[in-house]
Ligand binder design. Structure first.
Ligand SMILES: Cc1cc2nc3c(=O)[nH]c(=O)nc-3n(C[C@H](O)[C@H](O)[C@H](O)COP(=O)(O)OP(=O)(O)OC[C@H]3O[C@@H](n4cnc5c(N)ncnc54)[C@H](O)[C@@H]3O)c2cc1C
Ligand SMILES: NC(=O)c1ccc[n+]([C@@H]2O[C@H](COP(=O)([O-])OP(=O)(O)OC[C@H]3O[C@@H](n4cnc5c(N)ncnc54)[C@H](O)[C@@H]3O)[C@@H](O)[C@H]2O)c1
Length: 448
C-alpha cells in the first residue's frame, strides 16, 4: 500500500495473528515472569541471600495481557488503514480463481497472498474429549495456577511452556513421543534438557501419548513408558495449516496437509495469481520466516522481480533457559551433505570471561565450515538467540570465517564466544603448520 498498490487485507479473527495473540508474544512474556520468579532462588553464589518467590500466577497472566495490549496497535486495523490498506474483518474464501469473498464483499484481484497461518494440532487420542485440553490458544487465559501440568509434546512450545510453568511453581511432566527438542542438534539439546531436569521438569522421552483418562483436575496420560497423572493438560504436538475455510479448490489452488503447493517464488503451482506466505506456505513455521516471505513477495508482486525464498539462512531459537539456537545446517546435516569437506569448530561458554563473571558457563557453540565459509551454527547457552545473529548474517551474505575473526569485539562480551569459534577454525592452520613456521623463520632472518 505504501508503494501505491491497491491492497485489501482480510482478517477473520484477531489482527496480529497467532504470534501476537497466542504465540511468540504471550509465551515470551510468560517466560519473562518465570525468569523473575526463578532469579532469586540461585542468589547465594553471587553473595546475595536466596529469595523464594511468591508467585501470583493470575498476575503473571495480567503481565502477559499488558504486553499483548502494548504491541497490538502496531498490528491494528487502524494502523493498516492509516498505511492505505482496506481492511475487512471477515473470513475469506475463494469463489473463483480470480475472486475472493469476505462477508458480503467480493474482491476481484490480480494477485492474492494467502497468509492464513496455522492452528494447534490436536490428534485423535482416545479419551481426549472427556477432559479439558489446553493448547496455545487457551493456556494464556488460564488464571488458576495448575498444580501439575502435563505437557504432551517436547518441541519448542512444550519445552518453553514446561520451564515457564515449573518456574512459576507448578509440577510439570513433559510426555514426548520421540526425542525432546528433536529438531535440534542432540548434543546441544542435551545442554538445555539437563538444565530443565535440574530445575525439576520431568521429561519422559519415547513415550507416545496413546490414551487419556480421568476427570477435571485428575487427568492421566497413558503411554508406552507408563501412566502420568496431573491436574491440567497442554497439547503441544505441532501445527495444522489453516486451509479449511478458504475453499481453495474453487480458487484452483493446490494444497495438502503441509500447506499450499508453491514454487520457489512462493507462487501457487496451479493458479499463478496466488502466492503463499508464512506458516501456510509449507516450510519452517516462524514469524521471521513469515516476515521474510512478505519481503520476497513485495519484490515479486510490486516489481515483477524473481524472488526465490531461501531456507539455508533461516535461524530459529527456543527461548528456554539456556536458549537453543540454530541457523543453517546442523552437524549431522552438514556431514551428510559435505562429507570430508566439513570442518566442525567448537567453543565452550566456560572459556568466555563474561560468562564466568555471571556464572553462565554451561553452553556450547558448534560452527560447521566448508571451504572457509560457515554453512551452519548451533548454540546452546545464555543468550544463544542473540549470539546466533552473527552467524545468520555471515550465512545470509556468504561471508567467510575471516569476517568473524577480523571483527574487533568489545571485551568482555558473550559475542566473543563466536569469535573464539572462528579462531578455533584458524588455530590449526596458523599454529600447527610447518609452512607457517618456516615462513616466519625466513622472515625473521631478513627483518632488521
Ligand atoms: C506458543 C507459540 C510460540 C511461538 N513462538 C515463536 C517465537 O518465539 N518466534 C517465532 O519466530 N515464531 C514463534 N511461533 C510461531 C509463529 O507464531 C508463527 O510462525 C507465525 O505466527 C506465523 O505467521 P503467519 O502470518 O503465517 O500466521 P498467523 O500469525 O497465524 O496469522 C494468520 C492470520 O490469518 C487469519 N486467518 C486464517 N484463516 C483466515 C481466513 N480464511 N480468512 C481471513 N483470515 C484468516 C488468522 O485469524 C490469523 O490472524 C510461535 C507459535 C506458537 C503457537
Ligand atoms: N521459539 C520459537 O521460535 C517457537 C516457539 C514455539 C513454537 N514455535 C513454532 O511452532 C511450531 C510448533 O511447535 P510444537 O512444539 O507444537 O511442535 P513440534 O512439531 O516442533 O514438536 C511437537 C513434538 O510433539 C511430539 N509428539 C507428537 N505426537 C505425540 C504424541 N502423541 N505423544 C507424545 N509426543 C508427541 C513430537 O515427537 C514432537 O517432538 C514449531 O515447529 C515452531 O515452528 C516456535
Amino acid at each position: 500500500a505504501q508503494m501505491g498498490a491497491d491492497v485489501v487485507l482480510i482478517e477473520g479473527h484477531k489482527m496480529g495473528g497467532d504470534c501476537l495473540n497466542y504465540g511468540c508474544i504471550p509465551s515470551k512474556a510468560l517466560i519473562a515472569s518465570a525468569k523473575h520468579a526463578h532469579a532469586g532462588i540461585n542468589n547465594q553464589p553471587y553473595g546475595v541471600a536466596d529469595v523464594w518467590p511468591a508467585v501470583d500466577y493470575a498476575a503473571a497472566k495480567d503481565h502477559v495481557q499488558r504486553v499483548v495490549d502494548t504491541i497490538a496497535p502496531v498490528d491494528s486495523q487502524e494502523r493498516f488503514e492509516g498505511l492505505g490498506c482496506t481492511v475487512i474483518r471477515e473470513n475469506a474464501r475463494f469463489i473463483s480463481d480470480t475472486e475472493v469473498q469476505a462477508g458480503d464483499t467480493i474482491i476481484t484481484a490480480r494477485r492474492f497472498v494467502v497468509a492464513t497461518g496455522s492452528s494447534p494440532l490436536v490428534p485423535p487420542i482416545d479419551g481426549l474429549d472427556g477432559v479439558t485440553v489446553h493448547t496455545n490458544e487457551t493456556i494464556f487465559d488460564l488464571r488458576e495456577r495448575p498444580d501439575h501440568l502435563l505437557v504432551i509434546g517436547g518441541g519448542p512450545i512444550g519445552m518453553e511452556m514446561a520451564q515457564a510453568h515449573r518456574r512459576l511453581g507448578c509440577k510439570v511432566t513433559v510426555i514426548e513421543g520421540a526425542k525432546a527438542m528433536g529438531k535440534d542438534d542432540p548434543e546441544l539439546a542435551a545442554v538445555v534438557l539437563d538444565n530443565l531436569r535440574a530445575e525439576g521438569v520431568e521429561i519422559i522421552e519415547d513415550a507416545k501419548a496413546e490414551r487419556v483418562s480421568g476427570d477435571e483436575g485428575q487427568i492421566t496420560v497413558h503411554t508406552s513408558q507408563g501412566d502420568f497423572t496431573g491436574s491440567h493438560l497442554l497439547m503441544a504436538v505441532g501445527r495444522k495449516v489453516n486451509v479449511d475455510r478458504l475453499d481453495l479448490e474453487k480458487g484452483r489452488v493446490k494444497y495438502d496437509r503441509g500447506g499450499l503447493k508453491v514454487d520457489a517464488n512462493l507462487r501457487s503451482v496451479t493458479n499463478k495469481r496466488v502466492y503463499a506466505a508464512g506458516d501456510v506456505a509449507g516450510g519452517l513455521q516462524f514469524t521471521h520466516v513469515a516476515g521474510y516471505h512478505g519481503g520476497q513477495l513485495v519484490r515479486s508482486l510490486m516489481f515483477g522481480l524473481p524472488a526465490k525464498a531461501r531456507t539455508d539462512h533461516i535461524p530459529w531459537v527456543t527461548y528456554t533457559d539456556p536458549e537453543l539456537a540454530q541457523v543453517g545446517l546442523t552437524e549431522a546435516q552438514a556431514r551428510k551433505k559435505h562429507g570430508a569437506a566439513l570442518t566442525v569448530v567448537r567453543s565452550e561458554f566456560e572459556h568466555n570471561d563474561r560468562a564466568n563473571t555471571e556464572l553462565k558457563t554451561k553452553g556450547l557453540i558448534k560452527v560447521m565450515v566448508v571451504k572457509g565459509k560457515p554453512v551452519g551454527a548451533s548454540i546452546a547457552g545464555h543468550m544463544a538467540g542473540e549470539l546466533i545473529a552473527m552467524w545468520s548474517m555471515a550465512i545470509a551474505n556468504g561471508l567467510k570465517m575471516t569476517a568473524i575473526s577480523n571483527t574487533v569485539l568489545p571485551y568482555p562480551t558473550y559475542n566473543e564466544i563466536n569469535k573464539r569459534a572462528a579462531g578455533a577454525y584458524f588455530t590449526p592452520k596458523l599454529f600447527e603448520s610447518d609452512t607457517v613456521k618456516m615462513v616466519v623463520g625466513l622472515v625473521q632472518r631478513w627483518l632488521p
